[in-house]
Ligand binder design. Structure first.
Ligand SMILES: [Fe+2]
Length: 389
């Protein structure tokens, strides 16, 4: 849309007045460049306003037993933008005050009418009207362009977000492949975390943040040497200290991404434990981000129900019992409850959908889960595994 200034335009003026007033305008403003229409009554003038667009109305005060101010007030109903000019026959203060306070009058002209004065008033009104209109047009144009700009910015944010997410997904996939024990691990854990979060009543964008945080949880391992990360068997004290740096490394790696603020915290907290015995900060209970508290359950569940080089995947029942056993120590009991509330077949569905294979046929025939109060079975999977990081 062009933004050029478009003044002046043809100004249509309606004169509602007695014979002398109409004659004055007819004689003096015939060649003025204004298009002037006449009415000898207020009713006739209103009919004109209903029929066509006028920019200025000039009205004599007090024809047809109605004050000019009352008439001009009514004109606002039919033509809200029209500029109103009142002609008065004396300098009655009340009439002048009413004109200003009630009528929204643009100009007051006094009888006897003076050609120069009337001409100046009409020119002022005309310029004022078209300037206002131009201002309105430009304001609308700016509003339109602002809206367009907002939409473009949103699209740009979406594009940056999608590109960054795609880059991070690639990095996570590469990491999972590097550590062959955990192929598909990050993606599965992210979907499990989302499901637990949903069971906790978490909604909207926070669900996405928790899913992404869980997906990225071990992104810091990118900075861990192969000799340490891929070492079979136990790590030395020094190697273990290096491995324990990966949450902070991941946190720092995501520093530049404004839209991953929550995800960064999940990454930083993902090795913390509910009882404060985790790392790197030894946070306790609710000091640990909810996304990270959710993640630790999803992570343990996935570790137990996945094949490892040194053992086959464990049945769902065993994984479930281990999670119950660790409620209140490793895990937040409220989140354990949410995990247990998810129908068992859903875990299988998530896994199958992701990998296209069945992890545990027994889930299909799984009986109703026993209550939480059942005596826990003393199985510690972690004892049989490579140190969990
Ligand atoms: Fe980790």
């Amino acid at each position: 849309m062009a933004m050029g200034f478009s003044l002046p335009k043809l100004t249509k003026i309606l004169v509602a007045g007695d014979e002398a007033t109409r004659r004055f305008f007819a004689e003096n403003f015939k060649e003025s460049g204004f298009e002037i229409h006449f009415s000898d009554s207020y009713i006739g003038a209103i009919q004109h306003l209903e029929d066509g667009l006028f920019q200025i109305i000039v009205a004599d005060d007090g024809i047809e037993g109605m004050s000019g101010i009352q008439f001009l007030e009514r004109c606002k109903t039919f033509a809200p933008d029209i500029l109103r000019v009142l002609i008065v026959r004396n300098g009655d203060t009340k009439v002048l005050l009413d004109a200003i306070n009630r009528g929204g009058i643009f100009k007051i002209l006094m009888h006897p009418l003076d050609v120069k004065e009337v001409s100046a008033a009409l020119s002022d009104a005309s310029v004022h009207y078209w300037t206002e209109k131009e201002h309105e047009r430009l304001s609308n144009l700016i509003k339109e362009q602002n809206t367009e700009l907002v939409v473009r910015t949103l699209n740009l944010d979406k594009e940056i977000y999608e590109r960054t997410s795609s880059l991070l997904n690639g990095l996570v996939a590469a990491l999972d492949l590097r550590d062959s024990d955990t192929r598909w691990h990050s993606k599965r854990v992210s979907l499990y975390s989302r499901r637990i979060a949903k069971a906790l009543g978490i909604k909207g964008e926070e669900l996405n943040q928790i899913e992404r945080g869980a997906l990225l949880h071990d992104i810091g391992k990118i900075g861990i040497k192969d000799a340490v990360l891929l070492k079979p068997g136990r790590l030395t004290k020094e190697e273990w200290e290096e491995m324990k740096k990966h949450p902070e490394m991941g946190y720092r790696l995501l520093e530049g991404s404004d839209f991953l603020e929550h995800e960064r915290i999940i990454v930083l907290h993902h090795q913390e434990r509910y009882d404060g015995k985790g790392y790197p900060q030894g946070l306790k209970g609710k000091e640990i981000d909810i996304g990270a508290r959710i993640f630790t359950i999803a992570d343990t569940f996935d570790a137990m129900t996945s094949d490892r080089p040194y053992r086959k995947s464990l049945p769902f029942k065993i994984a479930r019992e281990e999670i119950i056993r660790c409620s209140g120590t490793q895990f937040d009991p409220r989140i354990v409850e949410a995990f247990l509330a998810v129908p068992p077949n859903e875990w299988r569905e998530i896994r199958e959908k992701l990998e296209g294979r069945d992890i545990n046929q027994e889930l299909a025939n799984s009986p109703k889960p026993p209550p939480l109060t059942q005596n826990p079975i003393p199985v510690s999977v972690q004892d049989t595994e490579k140190p969990k990081v």
